[in-house]
Design a protein around this ligand. Structure first.
Ligand code: HSE
Length: 424
């Protein structure tokens, strides 16, 4: 018998509770044992859940102190209280299943050390990409490979926003819908500014390369700079704008970056729309793989939570000491995380030019820095001009120089919007 304690009964908690009930027989046959929900800790009841006969407490810490609970499912989100709760659960020798990407990305090391000492599992499949079992795919399915790169649409809210911007709807209106649908974080700036994607990329990179959780070293940009003009122009030029968690293994280290990109429409990843997530992983043996599915929301995330509950239950029932390392590798490699200014890529730039006569001045700045222009679109807007440029690849440091020079002249109005182009 497996006794489950659930902390948090919001979108994901409610979905987990209902899915456990709905698919009880299937799950029972898979585990080969009964399981019960021993207790739920929640600030308020969730109207989608029928809690008749379930022990409910308003104090979530009661759940991790309950001697009848074997596995704690942490679904309260946030970092500080969640960390305390999970550490106490571990200290009380309870296995933990969590969807908390921020907590794992920031406090993972401390949590896994504590869990190792107490001999308990900490499973976090639901922390990345909702219903796509990407943690298990990398940790188990691709474990024979040396991973070369990760490119992921791993924030459903932002992908939902960018997809709907193509229909001409403003970011603000779409965000409100994403909130109502339960996709967005409680603090949606975590979605919009790229922090949520960075939490998830931190976890993916750790298990893909066997490196420590390096959240603090990730370069992060959100979608704040993208407007409807960019989305339209990118479309005309043969691209979709996507927000990616990107990591590439280079000779000198590993790139870890989160930012919007122009992705050619013929790339599979470019055709992932709405709340859907997709992750492209390149390994030396397997080549290019793509994992696709719903990345946020109640039942897709619950699907990942319950898959972890099954893992934990199977290990517990057989008194098996789980030998899969928490972060997929038994030893961590020390590698350099490459600074963003070393990245080499093509660029999309948008800015306002005060007069058509100044175009030569702009082109000259790029020419002098060896930056070749692939496309130049010009459109009159009131008394000035909107310029859209696509460049061939150059080092980010070089592009910084060009942008700095242009912005310091008086031929540009305001700032230059820069989006990297992911042609390869
Ligand atoms: N806010 C997150 C997203 C939830 O939109 O992807 C799932 O992690």
């Amino acid at each position: 018998m497996i006794r489950i304690g659930i902390c948090g009964l919001g979108t994901v908690g409610g979905g987990t509770f209902n899915l456990l009930k709905k698919n009880y027989n299937e799950i029972f046959r898979r585990i080969g044992s009964q399981f019960i929900i021993e207790q739920i800790g929640t600030r308020s009841d969730n109207p989608i859940c029928n809690l008749t006969g379930i022990k409910v407490t308003r104090n979530i810490f009661e759940v991790v102190r309950n001697p009848n609970v074997d596995v704690v499912v942490e679904l309260i989100g946030g970092c500080n209280i969640a960390r305390k709760l999970v550490l106490e659960a571990i200290n009380n020798k309870k296995h933990v299943v969590t969807a908390n990407k921020a907590m794992i990305a920031i406090h993972g090391k401390e949590i896994f050390c504590a869990a190792k000492k107490r001999g308990v599992m900490v499973a976090f499949e639901a922390a990345v990409a909702g219903g796509i079992p990407i943690i298990k795919c990398i940790r188990e399915g691709l474990c024979a490979n040396r991973i070369y790169s990760i490119a992921g649409i791993i924030n459903g809210t932002v992908n939902y926003i960018l997809t709907n911007m193509k229909k001409g709807i403003s970011c603000e209106n779409i965000l409100n819908q994403a909130k109502l649908l339960g996709y967005a974080e409680e603090d949606p700036t975590l979605d919009l500014e790229g922090t949520d994607t960075a939490h998830k990329l931190t976890i993916l990179a750790a298990i893909a390369y066997g490196i420590p959780l390096h959240f603090e070293k990730i370069y992060i940009e959100g979608i704040g700079c993208i407007n409807l003009t960019d989305v339209k122009k990118a479309d005309k030029l043969g691209y979709n704008i996507k927000h990616l968690g990107l990591s590439k293994r280079k000779k000198t280290g590993i790139e870890l970056r989160v930012h919007p990109v122009l992705l050619p429409k013929n790339r599979l990843l470019s055709n992932v729309h709405g709340v859907t997530n997709a992750i492209e992983i390149n390994g030396d043996a397997v080549g290019s793989t793509l994992f696709y599915g719903i990345g946020a929301g109640s039942e897709p995330t619950a699907s990942a939570i319950i898959s972890d509950l099954l893992d934990v239950s199977r290990n517990k029932l057989t008194e098996h000491i789980n030998r899969t390392p928490y972060l997929a590798f038994s030893t961590m490699a020390t590698v350099s995380i490459l600074p963003i200014d070393q990245v080499i890529t093509d660029y999309y730039l948008r800015f306002m030019l005060i007069s058509f006569n100044m175009i030569g001045h702009v082109v000259n700045i790029f020419y002098k820095l060896g930056i070749r222009i692939k496309h130049l679109l010009l459109k009159k807007q009131e008394s000035s001009f909107v310029i859209i440029l696509l460049t061939y690849s150059t080092k980010e440091a070089n592009m910084n120089l060009a942008i700095g020079k242009l912005e310091s002249t008086n031929v540009i109005l305001g700032h230059i919007t820069r989006v990297r182009v992911e042609n390869v």
